[in-house]
Design a protein around this ligand. Structure first.
Ligand code: TRP
Ligand code: SF4
Length: 352
């Protein structure tokens, strides 16, 4: 019953986004908005699962992130942009799904133990943190999404969403007519209930993985990121001071781009001819590392200039930003309310 072809995805509000977010996710969202009905939301409740002790910065992070979405080219005329916490129906569906979700399903989600260990400075033995992926399931199922564009790390959450939907449909879906059931039984088959909540699928893209300026995964917490709206002088400084292949101690030492984080940036930002120039120049020591970095610096500055320009009106007049999100919330709420009417009546809560 995935009749809608709808795409839903969310991001936790981490504040100003970096180029890793752009190349890993946003660029893809921008493409999708012209191909499917799309809903993209800020998962501010999800931020609270790990930052419940310090919620102070969530508000600012929400708006900075939406500015970056618009800077990336998300278009409120094409995609519905909204805020999770403004649609309390997500919480209602979460609580209803929680009734029939076995604890074991949540405990065995790989991100659960991983994150608890990784963020061991915080107490994450909370109900909310265990329920993180179930809230995510509610976020998706409430829009009856067909597709969920996410990174590899989120695939287990989409798998869980599918299992949760399947169980719900099994428990509460509309049973097939008795005659059809009898006929099926004769054939040795069983008929499924009509799904109330269609099962979504993860939409994995061949996203270009962008490394940070130290060659590790780009991440704000590693301090190795280039922001989407980084100033040109700062872009230049960050890339000029990037480490290169350690074998190139002197300008005359040949190197291997395969051992150099700058090469990763060339793979994202440079055309074939430049990449050939890098490969030959590095291996023969006919170019220096600063020569090699210059085309990347130019390309990044060209890209960030577009983001800075698109963000400007929203920084100058945040009321525009607020009305875009308010309009998005209205549209999201309509869909969410329709689903919830069906969900309540399927469970037998039609008396409310
Ligand atoms: N857990 C996702 C992440 O960390 C964010 C998220 C919350 C999400 N709800 C969602 C993603 C629903 C897709 C669909 O990236
Ligand atoms: Fe890296 Fe380029 Fe220097 Fe080679 S020439 S080590 S690819 S920066």
């Amino acid at each position: 019953m995935n009749t809608t072809d709808r795409v839903v995805s969310g991001m936790r509000p981490t504040g100003a986004l970096h180029l890793g977010h752009y190349h890993g996710a946003l660029k893809n969202w921008v493409q999708l908005q012209s191909q499917h009905p799309c809903l993209f939301f800020v998962a501010d409740w999800h931020a609270l699962t790990t930052h419940y002790e310090s919620p102070g910065s969530i508000g600012n992070n929400v708006w900075e992130m939406v500015i970056d979405w618009l800077a990336a080219g998300l278009d409120p005329a094409k995609a519905v942009l909204f805020l999770q916490s403004r649609i309390p129906e997500h919480a209602e569906l979460h609580v209803l799904l929680s009734m029939s979700t076995p604890l074991g399903w949540l405990e065995r989600v790989p991100t659960y133990k991983d994150q608890q260990e990784r963020l061991s400075d915080r107490d994450l033995s909370t109900y909310g943190f265990l329920g993180y992926p179930l809230l995510q399931s509610a976020d998706i199922l409430i829009y009856r999404a067909a597709w969920v564009p996410v990174g590899e790390d989120q695939v287990p959450h989409i798998e869980l969403t599918r299992e949760v939907a399947r169980r719900f449909n099994h428990l509460y879906g509309e049973a097939p007519a008795p005659a059809a059931q009898a006929a099926a039984r004769k054939r040795g088959e069983t008929l499924e209930n009509t799904p109330v909540l269609p099962e979504p699928q993860a939409l994995l893209t061949a996203a270009s993985r962008l490394c940070g300026i130290d060659g590790q995964k780009m991440s704000k917490s590693y301090g190795n990121a280039i922001a989407m709206r980084e100033e040109p002088a700062s872009v230049t400084k960050k890339i000029r001071t990037m480490p290169t292949d350690p074998a190139r101690v002197r300008r005359s030492d040949p190197g291997d781009p395969g051992r150099c984080p700058v090469w990763n940036l060339h793979q994202v930002y440079s055309a074939e001819d430049v990449r050939t120039w890098v490969q030959q120049g590095c291996r023969s020591a006919s170019i220096g590392c600063l020569d090699c970095k210059q085309p990347v610096i130019d390309a990044v500055i060209q890209e960030t200039a577009v983001f800075i320009e698109r963000a400007r009106p929203y920084q100058e007049d945040p009321s525009q930003l607020h009305s875009i999100v308010a309009a998005g919330c209205e549209r999201a709420r309509e869909i969410a309310q329709t689903t919830m009417r069906d969900v309540r009546s399927a469970i037998g809560l039609g008396y409310v």
